[in-house]
Design a protein around this ligand. Structure first.
Ligand SMILES: Cc1cc2nc3c(=O)[nH]c(=O)nc-3n(C[C@H](O)[C@H](O)[C@H](O)COP(=O)(O)OP(=O)(O)OC[C@H]3O[C@@H](n4cnc5c(N)ncnc54)[C@H](O)[C@@H]3O)c2cc1C
Length: 451
């Protein structure tokens, strides 16, 4: 066993806090620095989204630090999505097999629980400390004290940058690196959060155990349930164009648009017009970069290494998986950080790239295809195959969401192979009538073996 380094983590968000716990459990002394104030003591704006979908990858990583059961208690299971069509009809589409579900959790509550557990494990958290710059040569971080405006230099031994999609640590890494690969891509849609309060009798206004989607081709509205019987809605919507944020610039236009486009949910959203103008419009970015590490002294992790768009509900899950994989490597390489960090980026970079691609593709699926009868038929065929041949055919969504041991890169490849097969199958004449026949099933299996 090599000497135990002292470890500094920048960012006490979801990933930084979980990472710190993993490291402390391995016996390292960990210091955690966070730009914001302590959200357990003061009201801090949650940032990103109010609630999140936590699925099996995230749960597996939480389980390893003994937190999964506690988080499940504050989560609302969502076994499928409820699609709300424009004509007022709706349909429930299960996400997986009976008993499989994703979980709606409050970002703030989850983050606070992680911070509590971090402190219980002896980790000191320094709030209101914004990483301003890093001197890689002298292994020193300059922090600005956000509350007082003063600044201080802190020496580090081993450093993790877990400071999110717009990471200062990543920028410092890039500025002092000769061949740093960096790519960022903004999609042309942004998002805005709105809310559905509990009904007058204190109940959920919509079915709670579902992720609600109002797919409208170029855009969509979604809603996830909260424990206080409210829903947080997110409108994913173009920034510019005929129907866009830039055009909805008066209360009248917003009212008209919502009443025409989302007529069934408007009665449950008494404050949507005010919220539309008071809540921010935020952008959605994919960040890819490489290398994530500097020898044995620094690594990026979570969104700082790989920010993705939220349409597969995997950003946090992927960041939590980073922590679990890193922990396995610590065990495997017995504290040799040169090896651990090198193997970490080698293992995780292809998976982060894969989930970035899957997430972008899923936007089209959610906003466009979920209301398409052909797509629904395809899903029905795939679900049946999965039921009959659970090892041979796993629908792409289940590979990502309910198969936590399967790498994202493998899920992407398998998903593409299956999609090619289904492309041909959906073109078989009369498929709508014989979709559940042995003939179709055998054909698919043959195609699978040929690939
Ligand atoms: C609209 C939306 C919906 C989403 N839904 C889901 C979902 O359903 N499921 C899912 O798995 N993922 C979802 N995500 C993705 C998820 O939010 C992120 O992947 C996750 O928050 C990443 O965690 P992180 O700790 O890496 O970064 P962050 O959560 O961004 O945390 C970074 C932390 O670093 C701190 N920080 C930043 N800069 C500095 C600095 N200079 N110095 C010190 N501290 C700093 C920040 O204050 C913050 O606390 C969604 C994202 C968006 C935008």
């Amino acid at each position: 066993m090599m000497d135990k380094k002292e470890i500094t983590v920048i960012g006490a968000g979801l990933v930084g806090s979980l990472l710190a716990i993993y490291l402390a459990k391995r016996g390292y002394a960990v210091k955690l620095y966070e730009r914001r104030g302590d959200m357990r003591r003061e009201k801090v704006i949650a940032g990103r989204s109010i609630n999140l979908a936590l699925s099996d990858r995230g749960l597996l990583a939480l389980e390893k630090v003994g937190l999964a059961d506690e988080i499940k208690k504050i989560a609302i299971p969502m076994p499928g999505r409820r699609i709300h069509n424009q004509d007022g009809s709706s349909a429930f589409q299960p996400y997986g097999k009976e008993g499989q579900y994703i979980n709606s959790v409050s970002r703030a509550t989850l983050n606070m629980k992680l911070m509590d557990l971090a402190e219980k494990n002896g980790i000191e958290i320094f709030f209101n400390h914004r990483c301003a710059s890093i001197d890689w040569k002298n292994k020193t971080i300059n922090f600005e004290k956000v509350d007082s405006g003063s600044s201080s230099n802190v020496k580090y031994d081993l450093l993790f940058g877990a400071d999110g999609a717009y990471a200062a640590s990543r920028l410092q890494h890039q500025l002092q690196h000769e061949r740093f690969e960096y790519q960022q891509h903004y999609i042309d849609c942004g998002y805005k959060e709105l809310s559905i309060p509990a009904t007058d009798s204190g109940e959920f206004a919509l079915e709670p155990n579902a992720l609600h989607i109002w797919p409208r081709k170029d855009y969509m509205l979604i809603a996830l349930p909260n424990l206080d019987k409210t829903f947080t809605c997110t409108l994913f919507f173009p920034f510019e164009g005929e129907t866009s944020f830039s055009r909805l610039d008066t209360k009248e236009k917003v009212k008209y648009f919502f009443e025409m486009t989302f007529p069934d949910v408007v009665p449950f959203m008494p404050n949507y017009i005010e919220e539309f103008f008071s809540n921010p419009t935020s952008s959605l970015v994919t960040v890819k970069c490489f290398p994530w590490i500097r020898e044995d002294q620094f690594a990026l992790i979570g969104d700082a290494a790989h920010a993705i768009v939220p349409f597969f509900g995997q950003g946090m899950n992927c960041g939590f998986e980073d922590c679990r994989i890193l922990d396995e490597l610590i065990g495997q390489f017995n504290g040799d950080w040169m090896q651990i960090l090198e193997q970490f980026q080698l293992a995780r970079k292809p998976d982060a790239d894969a989930i970035a691609e899957l997430a972008l593709n899923n936007f089209t699926e959610m906003r466009e295809r979920t209301a398409d009868p052909q797509f629904l038929l395809q899903k029905k065929i795939e679900a049946r195959l999965h039921e009959h041949f659970p090892d041979k055919w796993i629908p792409a969504y289940s590979q990502v969401t309910f198969s936590p041991q399967l790498r994202y890169s493998e899920a992407l490849q398998r998903g593409q192979r299956q999609e090619n097969i289904m492309y041909d199958v959906m073109r078989i004449p009369g498929i709508a009538e014989k979709w559940d026949s042995p003939e179709v099933e055998q054909l698919i299996l043959r195609k699978l073996e040929e690939q």
